[in-house]
Design a protein around this ligand. Structure first.
Ligand code: GDP
Length: 424
């Protein structure tokens, strides 16, 4: 069984929470793209954790967690994350955590270049998390990056790094910034590469073997459809492919078809960083929802922009992910609302639009709302569909019809067991 858990919206849907839950039925969990620019928050018996790089299957005994080939990995950050988890009693060994030798290494100069570029842009900044992700993915496709396996082949590392720094320092001079030192770069690689060497391996062989031997593999995405580099709200996207279709490639099992795609969809909307966000609330409505949902970035602590559920964007999100089934998350957060606004279409220059637009049209879009009755009850203890108030069931059915996909799971709290299965 090969399953992908992906984000339908702008990210922060609660994918980590769903992977933590679903991984009980899987042998391996693989992160297939992105770096430490976003975080997955998991609340379970061990406590509350914000994971930036390590897959959310790490809390399950016997589950092998892989940082896949499609990722960009800041080794210093990875080492910190391993250390922090170990300090809190989570068992991490080369048996349950593996880093693909082909994953790209994100270095301190990538972070520095991210900051230099955002500062150069000033008030037009792209809203980067400043973790070096756009510079390191650019280097990957420019073929001027180091891969984790390069660290194991010490003899050629220095020459490779020197060639790359020739290029990077041309850029540093352009910014008027001090040049990157080869010595410091090699020291960093030796320090963190040395600590992590035992985790670096050929994960493709392992995944292929596991897949052939009938093991269950879960692919874990970072961010959501609307941040996808190709189909998202470019240029306010991330620098990688967040879609399920990329999952097998980014993991390292390209010949395998996905058996199931679980789209994680939030009961309302949130977005962190810049870009068009049609349903954005302002003033008191925004503060109320942000507080109710605890909408602050897991990686950066930035307050997230929030608003009602957006059927236009979510239907597009479900379609591009090819979701077979959905997990509706943070439903409990809406319990304070008297009525539940749902954006059913956009008004663009007086025209009613129901397909997700791009570019200037999206920027010009205004939301058209319908209002459903609020359920006005604490649903966090509901564990079966029959426990939910009628108005909550109506909301679920409305969303299913709007996005054209069944909702299988409903999450009503951050804890591992705070969910119900719709069973239809
Ligand atoms: P991810 O990146 O998609 O994993 O999402 P984040 O971790 O950035 O954001 C989800 C946040 O919502 C985390 O703090 C979770 O603990 C929390 N969360 C997830 N599901 C639920 C839910 O159903 N109800 C509530 N109240 N919180 C939830």
């Amino acid at each position: 069984m090969l399953t992908a858990v992906v984000g339908v919206n702008w990210g922060d849907e609660g994918k980590g929470r769903m992977v933590d839950l679903l991984s009980r039925d899987y042998d391996m969990v693989v992160r297939y793209q992105g770096g430490n620019n976003a975080g997955h928050t998991v609340v379970n018996g061990f406590g509350k954790f914000a994971l930036n790089l390590i897959p959310c299957g790490i809390f399950r005994e016997g589950v092998v967690n892989v940082l896949g080939t499609g990722m960009v990995v800041d080794l210093e950050h990875l080492w910190d994350e391993i250390t922090r988890l170990r300090e809190r009693g989570v068992n991490i060994t080369p048996e349950n955590l593996k880093l693909s030798e082909k994953a790209i290494v994100c270095l301190p100069y990538h972070r520095q270049l991210d900051i230099l570029e955002e500062n150069r842009l000033g008030k037009n900044e792209q809203g980067s998390t400043r973790r070096g992700i756009a510079p390191v993915y650019s280097d990957k496709y420019h073929r001027k990056a180091l891969r984790a396996g390069d660290i194991l082949r010490g003899g050629t590392l220095s020459g490779k790094a020197e060639t790359i720094l020739g290029f990077k320092n041309a850029l540093m001079r352009g910014y008027g910034a001090p040049e990157i030192s080869l010595g410091e770069t090699l020291n960093w690689l030796s320090e963190y590469g040395g600590k992590l060497a035992e985790f670096i391996t050929d994960t493709e062989l392992l995944l292929e073997d596991s897949s052939r031997n009938g093991k269950n593999i879960l692919l874990e995405a970072q961010l959501g459809t609307l941040r996808d580099i190709d189909f998202g709200i470019y240029p306010y996207t991330t620098s990688s492919t967040t879609l399920a279709a990329y999952g097998p490639i980014g993991a390292g099992i390209p010949g395998r078809r996905l058996d199931k795609v679980v789209g994680v969809m939030k009961a309302y909307s949130s977005s962190v960083g810049g870009g068009p966000f049609t349903v954005e609330y302002s003033g008191e409505a925004s503060e109320r929802l942000r507080e109710a949902g605890g909408e602050y970035g897991a990686a950066t602590g930035r307050p997230r922009r929030v608003g009602p559920f957006d059927c236009v964007a979510s239907r597009f999100g479900v379609r591009m992910q090819g979701a077979d089934t959905l997990a509706l998350t943070k439903f409990d957060v809406l319990s304070y609302m008297d009525e539940l606004p749902v954006c059913v279409a956009y008004d663009i220059g007086g025209k009613r639009v129901t397909e997700f637009p791009v570019g200037d049209e999206l920027e010009a879009a205004r939301p058209i709302y319908e209002y459903l009755p609020g359920f006005k009850a604490d649903i966090s203890k509901c564990r079966k569909p029959e426990d939910l108030p009628r108005a909550a069931l109506d909301y679920i059915e409305f969303l299913e019809a709007a996005v054209k996909c069944p909702i299988e799971y409903v999450s009503v709290g951050p804890g591992r067991d705070d969910y119900l299965v719709m069973g239809r």
